[in-house]
Design a protein around this ligand. Sequence first.
Ligand SMILES: [Zn+2]
Length: 172
Amino acid sequence: MSEQKKESGVDACPAWCSSTAGNSATHSHVSRDVVVEATGRPLLGRMIQMAGTDEVRLLIDDSVATLEQAETFARAILHLAAEARLAPPGLGFVADLAVKAGVSTRELAMAAGLDPQRVKAQRAGGQVLSPGEYDRLALAAAKLFADASATATTGKAADAAGVAVSAAPSQT
Ligand SMILES: [Zn+2]
């Protein structure tokens, strides 16, 4: 097996390499550092490719990961962190939609599959729902509002037109 894979000197640095250590064909490629200040010690990420190998690795603090692993991890962390975030306080336009749809906060919460008590707390100006939950609530409210509008115009030109009337004057 005298397969000669690479002639020395063929390899140049990848674009991300910031190593200044001599010969680009023989050194280990090292990226710039990504540093995020944390409360304890800073988090540090760095890309490396050991000399003589094709594989790029990510060094995250003391852990080593493949590019794919690092990307999967980053996405999972983003999802996880998003769960910890909260929607702005109050229900905003969702409350208006619920009123126009003629549904109670409880009904709205049930439609969205959320705990009514939490939705009530949010409506009262609290900040308890995650952005995802708020979105679900908004979707449910929009659907209830659309259903209510459709019901209100049933018997009129709903079928004939086949077009949603978005600015129908409200009559009480
Ligand atoms: Zn390099």
